[in-house]
Ligand binder design. Structure first.
Ligand SMILES: *Cc1c(COP(=O)(O)O)cnc(C)c1O
Length: 475
């Protein structure tokens, strides 16, 4: 038997006729299957030309190997890119894992959306309405805002607010708040994109109300405060309060805008995060408009909310960018369901997963960690050393950066395997498990685990640390 060469590659029609690939014919049309087959063959031509070692044992096995490879690509295409993942990291709002896990009520309301809906239609008058009105009543009742508008995310909310209120004019911001969030949101760049002119004041660590005052000119449109939602400033620091900024702005007819980001509606929703500013408090301080994300401490779908004075919010709704940034009915339905749960904080903390996870008591987490450690010990035997240890969870995702939430971690030290390799195998389990790696151990934080996920998590660990090939997806 010789190594496979270029001449051994099957033709496209031969590859498509392989039984494993042909089994997809009723779900995937011929042009799509052909495109995938051509792509696969092109990669193999390249591979064989460059003399790369081939995983197909020999020339005769190549057709069989490629037929199965094509079938597994069709399967991956069919399943799509989004996969359910078990988040064992203890980071509640994990940006790479979709931030806030959606509340069941939100998912139900999205699933119930078949047919037509009164998205922009006032059923009483028969006239055209605005889609944001569907949730505006809830937002008004929950935050004290006069009006509210919903857009695609908080970055869009800030962009729209600055474009509508301050294009071509100056906006005063503390140097301590020219932040970058998540790699692509940078305050100076968003401001430039909006057409507003940034007027920096103060220093990185200390900015006073007088610094803002000295920067005011005839060109000033607004004072902007930005929540340092993903880092903490400690030591020799000072910042102007929202009340001080309002006192400066009011008599001069200027606006105070607050990019709050994290978006807890009021303190009672996040009792474990006492330093976190909230929407109600900011509006209570007299701020003209607050912007925040729907999928951080509100715990709902991805969106951005502008809440505040009626004239400010209406100016945003009239701006042409709103048309480009607005949300669809699925997002609005999910947001409405999330806000409905917020009408009572007890229900919110029970029904909104992010809030429930943040509020889990340390004693409960300790019990869950002990129980989980026992199950892992039983399942892994000599393949790992399992113990519990005190630790900290994080709110994550641009909220409460300095606050560590007490938890109990399960430490799993694999016997015959590096921790990084074990973590890699866990990520390829079905369902994938994402755990923390610390030195030679994996750490599992029960805070972000639904009790129903413990069983599949234990199975994934057993398969990954036992080296069971079945858990690894075909390459
Ligand atoms: C998270 C955050 C943003 C970006 O919000 P997205 O919803 O990710 O677009 C902007 N500003 C602040 C202060 C934030 O915390």
């Amino acid at each position: 038997m010789s190594d496979p060469g270029l001449r051994d590659l099957p033709a496209v029609h031969e590859l498509l006729a392989h039984p494993a690939a042909a089994a997809w014919a009723d779900r995937v049309a011929a042009p799509v299957r052909t495109r995938l087959a051509q792509e696969l063959l092109a990669e193999w031509r390249q591979r064989l030309r460059s003399g790369e070692p081939s995983p197909a044992a020999d020339a005769g096995g190549l057709h069989e190997y490629l037929g199965r490879a094509l079938a597994s690509r069709l399967e991956a295409l069919w399943r799509g890119g989004l996969r359910r993942v078990i988040n064992a990291t203890g980071v509640v709002l994990h940006t790479n894992l979709g931030r806030a896990p959606l509340p069941a009520a939100a998912l139900e309301s999205a699933a119930g959306l078949s047919g037509y809906w009164s998205l922009e239609f006032d059923l009483v008058s028969g006239e055209r309405g605005d889609r944001s009105e569907l949730v505006a009543d809830l937002l008004r009742a929950l935050t004290g805002a006069e009006e509210a508008l919903v857009v695609n995310n908080n970055a869009a909310a800030v962009l729209l607010l600055l474009s509508a209120l301050a294009a071509g004019r100056e906006v005063v911001v503390s140097r301590g708040e020219l932040v970058e969030i998540g790699g692509s949101f940078r305050v100076p760049e968003v401001m430039a994109a909006s057409g507003a002119v940034l007027r920096e004041v103060g220093t990185t660590n200390r900015t006073y109300a007088q610094d803002y005052e000295r920067a005011l000119t005839a060109a000033t449109a607004a004072l902007l405060k930005v929540h340092r939602s993903n880092f903490a400033l400690m030591g020799f620091t000072h910042e102007a309060t929202l009340e001080e900024l309002v006192a400066l702005a009011r008599p001069r007819g200027l606006r105070v805008l607050f990019d709050l980001g994290s978006g807890a509606l009021a303190p009672e929703f996040v009792p474990g995060l006492p330093e976190e500013p909230t929407v109600s408090e900011a509006l209570g301080a007299g701020v003209d408009a607050v912007t925040f994300s729907g999928d951080k401490l509100l715990g709902g779908p991805q969106c951005g909310i502008i809440a505040g004075r009626a004239d400010v919010v209406r100016a945003c709704a009239r701006h042409p960018l709103y048309r480009a940034l607005r949300v669809d009915k699925v997002t609005l339905a999910m947001l409405a369901a999330t806000l409905r749960a917020c009408l009572h904080p007890d229900r919110a903390r029970a029904e909104i997963p992010a809030l429930w996870m943040l509020a889990r008591p340390a004693e409960e987490l300790a019990r869950r960690a002990e129980a989980l450690a026992g199950r892992l010990r039983a399942a892994l035997g000599p393949a790992a050393d399992v113990a519990t240890q005190p630790g900290a969870s994080l709110a994550g995702g641009g909220s409460a950066p300095a606050r560590e939430l007490a938890t109990t971690l399960v430490r799993v030290r694999p016997a015959g395997l590096g921790a990084a390799e074990a973590a890699r195998r866990l990520r390829r389990a079905e369902p994938p498990v994402v755990a923390r790696v610390a030195g030679e151990a994996l750490l599992v934080d029960p805070r972000t685990l639904d009790p129903a996920e413990e069983e599949p998590l234990v199975r994934a660990f057993a398969a990954a640390l036992g080296g069971d090939a079945a858990t690894r997806a075909p390459g």
